[in-house]
Design a protein around this ligand. Structure first.
Ligand code: PAF
Length: 286
């Protein structure tokens, strides 16, 4: 496995590769990321994984400076799973004039309106940062296939749309969320919790699961189900950003006629903001 830091070196390494699967990450890799690399290996001969904590997708006061950076451990895991190339650019390599980067003055990718809802409503500019860095990485790596996790369901939807609207010839493959035995979704941010908080953190998944169960029992008052889930989490000490039932294909608010659904949630426990979601099918009512 080669570890590469510059675009020039990467291009030299990839010039004879015609079949590339790409997994963009911000590092601090866990079983969820490793699953994405395994999927990538099924898709192409050469697997490139990027590790880059993208400053453009963090807002003021977010955890950019404390975001865990664990390159040696990450490379060990990637070598074990059989990745071919790890691309680890510096901020200067991807954004040569980063100090002067201002989202309003630099060229960025402006995602469609769905990026302003859900996580986009409270994290202004987040998806502009994600779409911009992924567009840059796609141009640098030139993959045939790119693999993203369903854990970041809104991100996945926006990036699928970006590839479609910009006519990029890249197949997007989605990996299922990997969970701990408790049901807690694997996330780099789980490392911020102490033992007691980590035990409590599964409550977000349980609240989403209860929504799925109630839809399965025939309940179709989605606003009420969302309200009850928020109330349940708040009683347990969470600061809820949103719980929202959406059409899984468009991410528009779910209507009783939609069958492919996703319930998404974002909430803060102690100082850590978690997101999670469950994709499911609502059987038509007779
Ligand atoms: O999901 C992530 O880890 C990041 O948002 C991504 C896609 C690597 C872009 O920085």
């Amino acid at each position: 496995m080669k570890i590469i830091h510059t675009i020039q070196e990467l291009h030299a390494e990839l010039q004879h590769q015609s079949n590339i699967a790409f997994v963009p990450t911000m590092g601090n890799l866990h079983a969820g990321h490793i699953h994405l690399v395994e999927l990538a290996k099924q898709q192409a001969r050469c697997v490139v994984v990027s590790i880059f904590v993208n400053p453009l997708q963090f807002g003021p006061g977010e955890d950019l400076s404390s975001y865990p950076r664990t390159l040696d451990a990450d490379c060990g895991k990637l070598a074990a799973v059989g990745a071919d190339i790890v691309f680890v650019p510096s901020v200067g390599e991807l954004y040569p004039d980063f100090d002067s980067v201002d989202l309003h003055q630099s060229m960025t990718v402006q995602p469609s309106a769905i990026a302003l809802e859900l996580c986009g409503a409270s994290r202004a500019g987040h998806f502009v940062g994600v779409a911009t860095v992924v567009m840059k990485l796609f141009h640098i790596v030139r993959p045939d296939v790119a693999v993203f996790g369903k854990k970041d369901f809104q991100q996945l939807t926006i990036l699928r749309e970006m590839v479609k609207q910009f006519n990029m010839n890249i197949k997007i493959v989605a990996g299922e969320t990997v969970r701990e035995a408790s049901g807690l979704a694997m996330s780099s941010r789980n490392g911020y919790f102490n033992f007691a908080e980590k035990v409590q953190a599964v409550q977000l998944y349980r609240a989403l699961s209860e929504v799925v169960e109630k839809v399965g029992q025939g309940q179709r008052d989605y606003a009420e189900l969302e309200r009850l889930a928020v109330e349940r989490l708040e009683k347990q000490g969470w600061q809820v950003d949103y719980i929202s039932l959406r059409c899984a294909l468009t991410l528009q608010p779910a209507s009783a006629a939609d069958q492919d659904l996703v319930v998404l949630g974002a909430a803060k426990l102690a100082k850590t903001r978690l997101i999670d979601n469950i994709e499911f099918c609502a059987k038509p009512l007779n």
